[in-house]
Design a protein around this ligand. Structure first.
Ligand code: ZN
Length: 152
């Protein structure tokens, strides 16, 4: 990856870590679920407000974790808000492919928008779970899993 691009991506991650978006609790959420990544100690709860047309009216998160896990939750919530549940699942699939692709594999970064900032994560396998924690937790919440989700 180009050096300039890498630095830009790093800045976006640091910014979202410092000022996370949608970092709050939703009262009376349709779904909520706590996710835990024991490898790093990241602990994130996702709250979702979904209407009868499967539209995600609001999404937020709370918890503590490393910069990557927090930035990922922050970017995820700002990207998913206003989307339908099906759209959210499709974005998750693209994101998951991005962070688990082989290092030399070409990934279409344009269709990922801001999520492209996590394209460097695949070079650090231990960080993949940090980046995907919020996403797995969101999907688990939408599927009505009542228990805590663990990346293990
Ligand atoms: Zn982490």
């Amino acid at each position: 990856m180009q050096q300039e691009l890498r630095e830009l991506y790093q800045q976006v991650i640091l910014d979202h870590n410092k000022s996370p978006r949608n970092f709050r609790k939703i009262e009376n959420p349709t779904y909520f679920l706590e996710g835990y990544n024991p490898l790093c100690g990241d602990n994130i709860t996702i709250y979702l407000l979904v209407d009868e047309n499967n539209l995600i009216k609001d999404i937020s998160f709370q918890g503590s974790g490393c910069a990557i896990s927090k930035a990922s939750a922050s970017l995820m919530t700002s990207m998913i808000k206003g989307k339908t549940v099906d759209e959210a699942k499709k974005i998750f699939e693209k994101f998951h492919h991005l962070i688990t692709a082989k290092v030399d594999e070409e990934v279409n970064l344009e269709e990922l928008g801001k999520l492209a900032v996590f394209s460097g994560v695949r070079e650090f396998p231990a960080r993949v779970k940090c980046a995907s924690l919020a996403w797995h937790t969101m999907i688990g919440a939408l599927e009505g899993k009542g228990e805590k989700v663990s990346t293990e």
